[in-house]
Design a protein around this ligand. Structure first.
Ligand code: ATP
Ligand code: LTN
Length: 336
């Protein structure tokens, strides 16, 4: 079998990430680390979901810088734009175009049930825009254009993926087979990293308190300081427990970074206090992130190569997207 045939037989994977701020340890352990691993087994398409970012207020100059920096960071993490497709969502206009076709086949009621919409509109009551409401439809378009078998997402995105599946099934039933029905791919370990300041909330890059999250590009001292300040519980036993969400979160992080099991970690820190444990977690995270930061600094400096890579990425992506989009247009009855 030729190399090309082998690659054609691979299952397809698609995922996207928003450039809405510094990517965090949560994004890394919950999503990106898994993307890197998936490249060996699957034919992958990954994008910077910049169109999604403007559902909340953005400063134009900052947004531009964040799109480029997110793209550069994806490369620094080890996504391979030669073997796979790594692109910027807004460079492929079929995403917004398909999202219109899908919008007209999606009910207001089902969108109203989306928990992220409820959360974000409560957080930004002054800007409950229509884009924020229909965000999952654009996400469905991102996915369905590339006919992926699997979509790796953190647990918080599962509801959006389910709606994408519902939309695809309904569209196929109404107009004939156009879309592949994608399966979620939710990693078992490190799937949900919580805020270091309020462990009942997920670690989020849009959290206003910078001590709540660790950025992938934070320097060593900052990382260690943030872990030292992490909110923990009143006793001082390093043990995973539902009534100890702070320490449980740190154990999850330490386990995801070192590969040690929870039992091994509890044993390692038996009789030792929280201080020692927090320092160990900080150091382990800093060690893991240091080489990524170094590669990032190299990549972001070379703007010309960066531009060549994202332009090529969007050409590759659009070839696939255009086919699916025109097939959908034709089925709906448009004159092509
Ligand atoms: P925002 O704070 O702007 O909502 P975010 O930090 O939640 O952003 P997204 O761009 O929405 O990040 O998510 C990118 C990917 O990272 C998604 O697959 C999401 O599930 C995952 N992810 C985000 N935060 C976490 C977290 N704390 N733990 C695990 N996975 C996460
Ligand atoms: N909504 C996702 C980002 C996202 C996405 C996608 C993820 C946009 N389009 C397509 C998977 C597939 C988020 O906020 N994490």
């Amino acid at each position: 079998m030729s190399e090309q045939n082998i690659s054609e037989n691979k299952k397809r994977v698609l995922s996207c990430i928003q450039p809405s701020g510094m990517l965090t340890l949560g994004n890394y352990l919950g999503a990106l680390k898994n993307w890197i691993k998936m490249q060996d087994e699957f034919d992958c398409t990954f994008a910077v979901a910049d169109l999604h970012a403007i559902t909340v207020k953005q400063d134009p100059a900052k947004l531009k810088q964040q799109i480029l920096s997110t793209y550069a960071l994806l490369l620094a993490l080890g996504l391979d734009p030669e073997k796979h497709t790594v692109f910027i969502q807004s460079h492929v206009p079929e995403h917004t175009a398909l999202s219109w076709l899908l919008s007209c086949n999606t009910q207001f009621g089902e969108m109203s049930r989306m928990t992220q919409f409820k959360d974000k509109s409560a957080k930004h009551p002054e800007n409950v825009n229509v884009g924020l409401f229909s965000y999952p439809v654009l996400m469905a378009a991102d996915i369905l254009l590339y006919k992926p078998d699997f979509v790796p997402v953190g647990a918080d995105q599962k509801q959006h993926l389910e709606i994408a599946r519902d939309i695809a099934v309904r569209f196929n039933n109404k107009y004939g087979d156009v879309f592949t029905i994608p399966e979620p791919y939710i990693p078992k370990t490190g799937a949900r990293v919580m805020s270091l300041q309020d462990p009942s909330k997920k670690m989020s890059k849009s959290d206003e308190n910078p001590n709540a999250w660790v950025a992938i590009l934070d320097d060593r001292d900052t990382i260690i300081r943030k872990f030292k300040r992490a909110v923990t519980d009143s006793d001082s036993v390093v043990k995973m427990s539902e009534d100890k969400p702070g320490i449980s979160n740190l154990i999850t992080i330490y386990s995801a970074v070192t590969g040690k099991t929870v039992a091994e970690i509890e044993k390692e820190f038996e009789g030792k206090g929280y201080g020692e444990f927090k320092l160990a977690v900080g150091e382990a995270v800093a060690d893991e992130l240091a080489p990524i930061k170094e590669r990032y600094e190299e990549i972001i400096k070379d703007k010309k190569t960066l531009e060549e890579l994202y332009r090529e990425g969007s050409l590759k992506a659009e070839k696939v997207a255009r086919k699916t989009y025109f097939k959908a247009m034709k089925k709906v009855g448009f004159v092509l």
